[in-house]
Design a protein around this ligand. Structure first.
Ligand code: S6P
Ligand code: ZN
Length: 190
């Protein structure tokens, strides 16, 4: 890996970086156990393993001092009443933060700490979201278009997906009376 400065383009309306090194797709089948309505999940999966979100990453060494960065695109849609969302994770190095800049779309960042504090913050074009150290985070697309965010976080952060896969998030964002509503996750368990 060379170590010289660089720039890349990040332009409306698609906001796909003009240069990237890694491209990740997450489909419905990658979200097993995460959606509240398991019947709706199974029914949806039996008709199509739909693309839920995509991530474009710039490659940097995964070490302290580096800043990993890229673009996340969550597509619009629902499983039952629950909006399309990312898997969500804690950072393996819990004391590492992350910053998100929303480029396009409407949604929420659902967050919680291991101690049980919760926060759900709105995302819309032009808004910056700071995820402090210790907070697990999941993007939720409550809009009709793609939810697109630029993210940056410490190179040594790492990802712990297992805790969320097992416990879920304490809060969910669902559609109620045509609008997003934040509810307690009845299936949350430690
Ligand atoms: C990484 C950062 C984002 C997410 C991306 C997909 O620390 O939070 O790049 O990886 O939004 O979400 P997830 O939960 O599947 O990694
Ligand atoms: Zn993260």
């Amino acid at each position: 890996m060379n170590n010289i400065p660089y720039t890349f383009g990040l332009n409306a309306p698609a906001y796909v970086p003009s240069h990237y090194d890694n491209y990740i797709q997450r489909r419905l089948s990658d979200m097993k156990g995460q959606y509240l309505d398991q019947g709706a999940f199974a029914a949806s999966l039996s008709s199509e393993d739909i693309l839920i979100y995509e991530v474009y990453e710039l490659h940097r060494p995964q070490i302290e001092g580096e800043i990993l960065h890229g673009v996340s695109i969550v597509h619009p849609g629902k499983v039952g009443d629950e909006y399309f969302m990312t898997k969500g994770h804690f950072h393996t190095v819990l004391e590492t933060a992350e910053i998100y800049f929303c480029l396009s779309g409407e949604g929420f960042m659902v967050m919680e700490t291991p101690e049980g504090e919760t926060a759900v913050e709105p995302l819309s074009a032009g808004r910056v979201l700071y995820v402090p150290p210790r907070w697990a985070h999941r993007s939720v697309n409550s809009g009709a278009d793609d939810l697109i965010t630029f993210f940056a976080y410490p190179g040594n952060a790492g990802h712990d997906y297992g805790t969320i896969e097992q416990n879920g998030f304490r809060k969910l964002v669902i559609e109620r009376d045509g609008r997003p509503a934040i509810i307690d996750n009845p299936r949350w368990q430690a």
